[in-house]
Design a protein around this ligand. Structure first.
Ligand code: HEC
Ligand code: HEC
Length: 203
């Protein structure tokens, strides 16, 4: 038998369920359409300046969007036809936490597709050695494992990765771990381009 309290609880539960359908959770796939003109369909970009974001871990995605929001990472201005110039800082600020979570879940569910891009095999070979010594500890599986929560480097746009290493060096992007900085300082002349060719060689 359902007592009076039980009935009230049932009714309250029903009202909550109804409220739940009214305030629907943000739809990541729908929101991701706002990224498409720059990051391509489902986060696979064909622009050199713009990284693929498909397959990123939710942790890296969330850290990154927070860094854009609070300015510890400064985005480059970018213009596409029919839209005003903007940057990732303004874009990140235009979403609330729930929306960013939905976007992160959506991109984590997509598959990263390595870029087709030119590379020099000799440099890539040298880069692999440098990678093993200086980067592998944090960027595992040749830089392809999203679960490192340190982005995906394997098959990412070479020009994009280069721009980010520059930003770490000149302080525009301040999210570089201390231990990574230490390894970067140890690089010898020619190591950096070799590393970039190594990551680009994974297609
Ligand atoms: C106007 C073009 C533009 C739009 C629209 C855009 N982005 Fe970006 N995004 C960029 C550029 C350019 C970069 C390269 C790095 C930078 O500027 O900091 C970038 C970088 C990023 C990165 C960092 C990738 C990495 O490897 O660390 C993430 C994450 C990202 N964007 C997510 C999004 C999401 C999610 C949306 C849609 C809600 C979006 N972007 C919409 C231009 C855009
Ligand atoms: C101590 C761990 C660690 C080491 C060692 C390390 N990294 Fe990183 N790296 C990270 C983390 C964590 C991030 C993400 C930083 C952030 O949240 O902005 C990162 C980010 C990057 C990015 C930016 C990726 C993007 O999508 O924007 C590049 C490029 C990169 N690392 C290259 C290297 C290279 C090359 C080496 C070796 C010379 C190296 N890292 C060594 C931890 C490390």
């Amino acid at each position: 038998m359902i007592g009076k309290t039980g009935l009230t609880l049932l009714l309250a539960g029903g009202a909550l369920l109804m409220a739940g359908t009214v305030i629907a959770a943000p739809n990541g796939a729908e929101l991701a359409k706002k990224c498409e003109r720059c990051h391509g369909k489902n986060g696979i970009s064909d622009k050199k300046e713009i990284p693929n974001i498909a397959g990123f871990s939710t942790a890296y995605f969330s850290d990154t969007m927070t860094a854009y929001k609070n300015g510890t990472r400064q985005g480059e201005k970018f213009k596409t036809e029919g839209h005003d110039e903007t940057d990732m800082n303004a874009i990140a600020k235009s979403f609330n936490e729930q929306e960013l979570t939905a976007l992160g879940d959506y991109f984590a569910s997509q598959t990263f597709v390595p870029r087709e891009q030119a590379f020099d095999s000799k440099m890539a070979k040298k880069g692999k050695k440098v990678y093993k010594k200086r980067c592998r500890k944090c960027h595992t599986s040749n830089g392809s494992d999203p679960e490192d929560d340190a982005s995906i480097l394997a098959g990412q746009s070479m020009q994009y990765l280069e721009s980010q290493l520059e930003q770490f060096a000149n302080g525009k992007r301040t999210t570089q771990p201390k231990k990574m900085k230490k390894q970067m300082k140890k690089l010898k002349e020619g190591d950096m381009p070799a590393l970039l060719h190594f990551f680009a060689s994974q297609q």
